[in-house]
Design a protein around this ligand. Structure first.
Ligand code: 5GP
Length: 146
């Protein structure tokens, strides 16, 4: 039997909840009434973006259909912009459910990573340069908002 503990209750103090509340800074790429997209602070490849719903969902099991649809539509926007900015056709869409799967932030989120599964870097290990993240967020936002 697995010894990994599972988080089932939503924690209002998780890092993404704090971003949604405006309590901590982040490099915003896109926002609408149901979703927020921003640069991952420890990217697995250049241009790694996270998309979150504005709904208190721990993982996929909690996600309401209207937010699931909204997250996917935002992912499409981000992916199209990533292809242009980072000149990569390959964009990995990844989403981890539960600590056993490697989930570390317990607010549902989709990773969009310009990379190949064969060259993907380690998960949530190395801090990116903040100036580079700001520049990348700006480039992506410019395409999405054009
Ligand atoms: P998970 O492991 O839950 O699938 O992914 C969480 C992601 O959030 C990781 O890729 C990690 O780098 C990212 N992350 C953790 N803390 C922060 C933060 O404070 N700001 C940003 N922008 N990303 C974070």
């Amino acid at each position: 039997m697995s010894q990994v503990s599972q988080q089932t209750a939503y924690d209002d103090n998780n890092i993404f909840a704090k971003m949604l509340n405006g309590d901590i800074p982040y490099h915003k790429v896109y926002e609408d009434d149901k979703t927020l997209a921003f640069m991952d602070i420890m990217p697995q490849a250049e241009g790694h973006v996270l998309v979150i719903p504005k709904q208190k969902a721990v993982d996929l099991a909690d996600l309401e259909p209207e937010y699931a649809a909204a997250v996917l539509m935002t992912c499409k926007k981000i992916m199209q912009a990533q292809r242009q900015v980072f000149k990569r056709e390959g964009i990995i869409q990844m989403q981890l459910n539960g600590s056993e799967a490697g989930q570390t932030v317990f607010h549902y989120h989709v990773h969009l990573i310009p990379s190949s599964i064969h060259e993907l870097g380690k998960h949530a290990i190395k801090m990116a340069n903040q100036d580079e993240l700001a520049e990348q967020a700006q480039q992506l936002a410019a395409i999405i908002n054009a």
